[in-house]
Ligand binder design. Structure first.
Ligand code: DGP
Length: 113
């Protein structure tokens, strides 16, 4: 997708701190971390947000969930982690390419809003 920040990161046109890549997914450290570990996991195929995730091929959906598990293990998040995906204006989504925030490395609050 032209003019998509995360498509440019996936293609390597914009540098990032990559932590994981496979045929369908790419993951990199958030530029503005909100936890000791804060990773963005994205599908290489462009969709705007999690509200459109069902349009991704099943193999891509499966790869995303498998990647969460691999990244959590690689980052040693054995005490737990949180996965967040902001969707649309009310959720303050700022980049319109589906991304899953993987947050961990500290005790988080029970509040999610
Ligand atoms: P959201 O607000 O849910 O759309 O999250 C977008 C995230 O993307 C936000 O936490 C900051 C991160 N971000 C924005 N621009 C860049 C960038 O150029 N590089 C990296 N690594 N992260 C970025």
């Amino acid at each position: 997708m032209e003019n998509c920040l995360f498509c440019k990161i996936i293609q390597g046109d914009i540098p990032s701190a990559k932590v994981y890549e496979d045929e369908y997914c790419f993951a990199f450290r958030d530029i503005n971390p909100q936890a000791p570990t804060h990773i963005l996991l994205v599908p290489k195929m462009h969709v705007a947000n999690i509200g459109e995730a069902c349009t991704l091929p099943a193999k891509v959906q499966t790869a995303l969930f498998a990647a969460i598990e691999k990244i959590a293990a690689a980052e040693k998040l054995e005490n737990g982690f949180r996965v967040v995906s902001n969707c649309g204006k009310d959720a303050c989504q700022s980049v319109n390419h589906l991304h899953l925030h993987i947050l961990g490395g500290k005790q988080m609050s029970e509040s999610m809003s």
